[in-house]
Structure formats: structure tokens, C-alpha cells
Design a protein around this ligand. Structure first.
Ligand code: S3P
Length: 428
């Protein structure tokens, strides 16, 4: 696919709904008692995988095109699927469902696409086994297909997390909700806290003090109304595009502003971006953000900010190619086990377009500014790499050809149309 170029970007955009919250809205709705309604659910491939999985598990879910309605009957109301469940590309679905199904009263097999079937699952399986869960990867490896044999008597856990991962934390919390007694999780670094917030929203009891989370099970949650804000991880592509394309001004509405997710805003400010935040809605944790063409400086991104921008690093690396000086990204080794090895994918694909970028053991080093040029590049099947490359292509004079563009539908099916709309509004 030939990517769009732009002389300038102008206009207003409402980015799609948050992927993390959309997944969890289905999961909590399914294990709660009573009706859950979800407004602004993300209709993208990953979240549809979660929705279909819970239908396979016997949960009645209706979609009138606007609102999703889930008729939950507690964990005990889930039923064995008639076949192994295909969870597609979605790491969040498979990892959280391992914890959620650990206390069911049946066996489930979850499998994914080629990328998901290579992603590490011991990080979830080991703590769950310590809770007496019974689950295995294929041929006793840690890789999917994963078979979960539900056990009725899960034990609580005291767990110091070896990785900063919201998926691992959330899987343990789903199991802890069903275990007998008090579980304690100590995070390595603060990671996104949507699971903790939604346990509270669904009437559960959870205590969070800095990096220590305690929860006493078993708990029965109650159905709720969920309104999903826009995804800051999707907004990120336009925040970077607006900052690096000349003569641009983009207004993004209803962007999710959960403080465990806003690392990219801090980095943009640190690099000198021309960015304003308005219409902050504390209740819905959202705001409108305006970004204008910016004069950027290189920076160092490391330590505890990393989990709050982990999915944005590929596009932050692109941002750094247009900043003056060197940008160093460290402590981001988790990027190696995402949908692709995103350290290598980012460095290799951007280098094809002329970027001065080096992969390190735990991050990237980028020197800027560089003039990017046309090339044939690939998403490598990774949605966020595909979208980052489209943003890079906006800057080139000659054509950029993107292989495997369809990957963007994992989180943002209308991405290319939305980019185009900003170039049209920007045309004279
Ligand atoms: C997610 C957590 C993150 C993130 C992923 C979504 C979630 O993964 O990269 O896109 O919804 O919990 P890790 O928790 O494995 O870092």
C-alpha cells in the first residue's frame, strides 16, 4: 500500500476507544452479576476477539451497534466452550483470561495467531500455578495454545513481580478475586491500573498503596455502566504527526488521561512540543489535546516512566528522528516481547527511510534531525509499527510503500482514513 504524504495536517479528530478498558469491560461484565452496558466500545480486532471469546464461554452479549450489553452471571455462570478459542493477536485477552478462567469449573484452550503463539506466558503461568491454578502451554512449553483446567480452590498469593506488566498483574487479580483469602501483589514499577480501577467500579474491594496491591477473595462483582474514553495510545500517532509535520495543528478530543498512561505527554513536553490540554474531565479521565508543529530537542527516557508509555515507544522513536540532538531510550527491554520485537522492528524499518537509529539491549539511540526518504517498509504484522511508519511517511517527498498494512485493524481499523482526513482539511 502506498502511504499518504502531507505538506501540513489540520483538523479535529476523535480517536478510537481505549483498547485496555474495552477488553476489561467485557471481562468484568462477564464475571459480574447482572447487566453491564458498555458505551464507546472499541470495535477493533483485538477487542472483538475478547467479545467473541466470552460468547464462546456462554455469556449472553448483545451489540446494537451503539451499546454493548453483557448479561453477567458471575464466574460460576461461565460455561465450557465447545471448541478451542481463537484469541487472534491479543496478548491482553489471553493473559487476562488465563487468570479469569483459573477458577472456572471447566477446561478451556486458548490459541492465537503466529505472533501470539510465540509470546512468553510463563510470566502469567508461574504466579497462577503458585495459586494452585492448573494450566499448561503446548507440549509443556510456555507458549499457546494454553489449556486452563479450572480449579475450585485457588490459593491467595504474595507476589513480587519480576516484570513491570499490567497484563501479569491483571491476570493475578482476576484469579485473586476467586481465591480464598488475601492476595498481595508488589509491582516492580507502576503499570496501567485499569483493572484495579474497574474492580472498584464494579463494587469490589481492593487496596492500592504505592506499588502494593491487596485484595481479599472471593468477591462477587456487580454489573455497571462503562463509558470508554479515547485511547491515548492511538492519539499518540497524531500527537507525533502534529509535532513533526510542518505547519500543522491537530485537535484531538476525548483522549484518555489516566495518569498511568500519560508518559507520552510528559515526553512531548520535555522535548519542547507545542501542546495544550483543555476540557479536562476528571470523572471520565479524559481531555482534549491540541498539538502544533514543534521545535523539538532530544531527551533521555528511562526508568519508571517506561511502563506509562511502553506502547508509544516506536512512535516516540520517530519523533526523536526529528528532534535536535540525541535521544536515548533505556529500560524498555519489554518491547522485545510485544507483537513483534519492537526495538528491532522500529530501528530496522526507520533505518530503511534514512533514520539515524540504533537498537540497544534495552532500548534505542536516535540522532536527529534527519530527513526521511521513501522506501519499502513493513508493519511486520504489528499494528503499532504500521501506524508509526505511516506517520513517518507523511514527511517524505518520494513514495513509501507499506507491506502488511492490514495489521492496523488490531487497534485502529480507520487509521489510514483518519490520517487522510487531516491532510484533506489541510489542503488549500
Ligand atoms: C496492556 C498492557 C501492556 C501493553 C498492552 C496492553 C493491558 O502490556 O503493552 O498493549 O491492557 O494490560 P504489558 O502489561 O505486558 O506490559
Amino acid at each position: 500500500m502506498k502511504l499518504v504524504k502531507a505538506k501540513k495536517l489540520r483538523g479535529t479528530l476523535e480517536v478510537p476507544a481505549d483498547k485496555s478498558i474495552s477488553h476489561r469491560s467485557i471481562m468484568f461484565g462477564a464475571i459480574a452479576q447482572g447487566t453491564t452496558t458498555v458505551h464507546n466500545f472499541l470495535r477493533a480486532e483485538d477487542c472483538i476477539s475478547t467479545l467473541n471469546a466470552f460468547k464462546d464461554l456462554g455469556v449472553q452479549i448483545e451489540d446494537d451497534g451503539e451499546v454493548i450489553t453483557i448479561h453477567g452471571q458471575g464466574v460460576a455462570g461461565l460455561k465450557a466452550a465447545s471448541h478451542p478459542i481463537d484469541i487472534g493477536n491479543s496478548g491482553t485477552s489471553i493473559r487476562l483470561m488465563m487468570g479469569l478462567l483459573a477458577g472456572s469449573n471447566f477446561e478451556t484452550t486458548l490459541f492465537g495467531d503466529e505472533s501470539l503463539n510465540k509470546r512468553p506466558m510463563n510470566r502469567v503461568m508461574l504466579p497462577l500455578r503458585a495459586m494452585k491454578a492448573d494450566l499448561n502451554g503446548e507440549n509443556d512449553t510456555e507458549f499457546p495454545p494454553i489449556t486452563i483446567r479450572g480449579v475450585q480452590a485457588l490459593s491467595p498469593i504474595h507476589y513480587e513481580m519480576p516484570v513491570a506488566s499490567a497484563q501479569v498483574k491483571s491476570a493475578i487479580l482476576f484469579a485473586a478475586l476467586q481465591a480464598q483469602g488475601m492476595s498481595t501483589i508488589i509491582e516492580k514499577e507502576l503499570s496501567r491500573n485499569h483493572t484495579e480501577e474497574m474492580i472498584r467500579q464494579f463494587g469490589g474491594k481492593i487496596d492500592v498503596t504505592d506499588k502494593t496491591i491487596t485484595l481479599t477473595g472471593p468477591q462477587q462483582l456487580q454489573g455497571q455502566e462503562v463509558v470508554v474514553p479515547g485511547d491515548i495510545s492511538s492519539a499518540a500517532f497524531f500527537l507525533v504527526a502534529g509535532a513533526i509535520v510542518p505547519d500543522s495543528e491537530i485537535h484531538l478530543t476525548n483522549v484518555g488521561m489516566n495518569p498511568t498512561r500519560t508518559g507520552i505527554i510528559e515526553v512531548l513536553k520535555q522535548m519542547g512540543a507545542n501542546l495544550t490540554i483543555e476540557e479536562e474531565d476528571q470523572q471520565n479521565q479524559s481531555a482534549d489535546v491540541t498539538i502544533r508543529t514543534s521545535n523539538l530537542q532530544g531527551t533521555v527516557i528511562e526508568g519508571d516512566i517506561i511502563p506509562s508509555l511502553i506502547d508509544e515507544i516506536p512512535v516516540i522513536a520517530l519523533l526523536a528522528t526529528q528532534a535536535h540532538g540525541t535521544t536515548v531510550i533505556k529500560d524498555a527491554q519489554e518491547l522485545k516481547v510485544k507483537e513483534t520485537n519492537r526495538i528491532d522492528a522500529t530501528a530496522n524499518e526507520l533505518r530503511k527511510m534514512g533514520a539515524d537509529i540504533t537498537a540497544t539491549d534495552d532500548g534505542l539511540i536516535i540522532n536527529g534531525p534527519t530527513k526521511l526518504h521513501g522506501a519499502t517498509v513493513s508493519s511486520l504484522g504489528d499494528h503499532r509499527i504500521g501506524m508509526m511508519l505511516q506517520v513517518a511517511a507523511l514527511l517524505t517527498q518520494d513514495d513509501v510503500e507499506l507491506e502488511l498494512p492490514e495489521a492496523v485493524a488490531i487497534s485502529y481499523p480507520a487509521f489510514f482514513e483518519d490520517v487522510k482526513s487531516l491532510t484533506l482539511e489541510g489542503s488549500d
